[in-house]
Write a protein that binds this ligand. Structure first.
Ligand SMILES: Nc1nc2c(ncn2[C@@H]2O[C@H](COP(=O)(O)OP(=O)(O)O)[C@@H](O)[C@H]2O)c(=O)[nH]1
Ligand SMILES: [Mg+2]
Length: 366
């Protein structure tokens, strides 16, 4: 029974699913004849116009493709052509939003020419280089589609994977991340990235392999509810997961860089870990800083009390403390403990005073 309902749900266009859900009815609550009418109508709709592949993607009314770029003049035209070719096959309405992030080559000129001749393409050019996260956030705020794809502009991500990502999104996920299983990058990058993914996987408990893949698909709701700033684009799955969204991944093709050169040096590896701390803190503890600082503070304070309590006992029973470096350790632990505690309390005061508009996301209402 459940399976049948699921099957019917799959056969409905997104607008229908949304509608029935908004009305507080799951597909299973339809009356028998209503259900048949519904099913037939969809069958007619699909079989007359679409192949199997198209049918899997039609559920999105519009797809927005967001492409942040920095100095990719040679890649933009081939990329635009490839996107046109792939999206023609799935016959979905789409827009492509390029965000030129202060390029100092000919990228902007190339973009202007593409957008002049094809109205499905748009560009935004930022006054200076703000970084990939900022560029993505600009793209997200402009995207009109109910599905949003992000991809790199350097031809390393393959637009041919877009249908697969959308298909996976249709299976009921909110965010689908690409997994560059066979990665065409220098060895050092491959291994540092693998290590970084491993640590992120453990800390975030999200079971995907490639957090920082440029190629990702989102439901509109996800991008409306996450805020990507600084260098946080590497942790979008973590941010989304923490908001309660369902995440999955698909293996995607990855090509060697054809033109230009990579924009990221080894320094990003270290920055990446600092950002991980930020992400863990902002997702887990930002609303309850005392849970982190209070815990650490209490731990240090108690350890200090134990150490100094022991030394006090020695002193009372006639020992000397002048030659015991451990005394300093005890004092240090107590002071650090009190400091942590105070930071936690200050944090709590900030939280109590700052009212964020988007604290909770309501999934449905009746
Ligand atoms: N908006 C923006 N995009 C960037 C920036 N740095 C890199 N990119 C883009 O992000 C994508 C991936 O960058 P790339 O240098 O190829 O990184 P790699 O694939 O990890 O070596 C490319 O499309 C770049 O143009 C930046 O500072 N701002
Ligand atoms: Mg690249």
């Amino acid at each position: 029974m459940e399976e049948q309902e699921e099957h019917e749900k799959k056969d409905k266009p997104a607008s229908e699913i949304q509608k029935s859900e908004q009305e507080g009815k799951s597909s299973g609550q339809y009356e028998g004849n209503q259900r048949r009418r519904f099913y037939n109508r969809n069958r007619r709709y699909y079989s007359s116009q679409h192949s199997q592949q198209k049918r899997e993607n039609i559920r999105f009314n519009k797809v927005s493709i967001v492409i942040p770029l920095l100095n990719e003049e040679e890649s933009i035209n081939p990329l635009a052509n490839e996107i046109r070719r792939v999206l023609k096959q799935i016959d979905t309405s789409y827009e492509v939003i390029f965000i030129d992030d202060g390029s100092n080559d000919n990228s902007l000129r190339v973009l202007k020419e593409i957008c002049r001749t094809d109205k499905r393409f748009k560009y935004f050019s930022l006054r200076k280089n703000y970084g990939k996260s900022a560029a993505l956030q600009v793209g997200f705020s402009q995207a009109a589609g109910d599905a949003v794809i992000t991809m790199d502009a350097d031809l390393q991500d393959d637009p041919g994977e877009i249908p697969n990502l959308l298909k996976k999104l249709n299976e009921g996920f909110d965010l689908v991340s690409g997994w560059k299983k066979v990665r065409q990058d220098p060895l050092i990058k491959k291994y540092s990235s693998r290590f970084f993914n491993f640590v992120t996987r453990i800390i975030s408990k999200i079971k995907i392999h490639d957090f920082n893949c440029g190629l990702k698909a989102y439901r509109k709701e996800v991008i409306e509810n996450i805020r990507v700033y600084g260098e946080l684009h590497r942790y979008i799955p973590v941010l989304a997961h923490w908001q309660g969204y369902k995440i999955s991944e698909v293996v995607v093709k990855h090509h060697p860089r054809r033109y230009g050169k990579t924009k990221f040096g080894i320094s990003r590896f270290f920055k990446g870990f600092l950002d991980l701390i930020t992400v863990v803190f902002t997702t887990r503890y930002v609303k309850r800083p005392m849970h982190l600082f209070g815990f650490l503070g209490a731990l240090a304070f108690l350890a200090g009390i134990v150490v100094n309590g022991y030394l006090t006992y020695l002193w009372v029973t006639g020992g000397f403390l002048s030659n015991r470096p451990m005394l300093f350790l005890g004092i240090l632990l107590i002071i650090v403990g009190v400091q942590f505690f105070s930071v936690g309390l200050l944090g709590e005061m900030f939280v109590a005073n700052s009212r964020s508009e988007k604290e909770y996301i309501i999934k449905e209402k009746g």
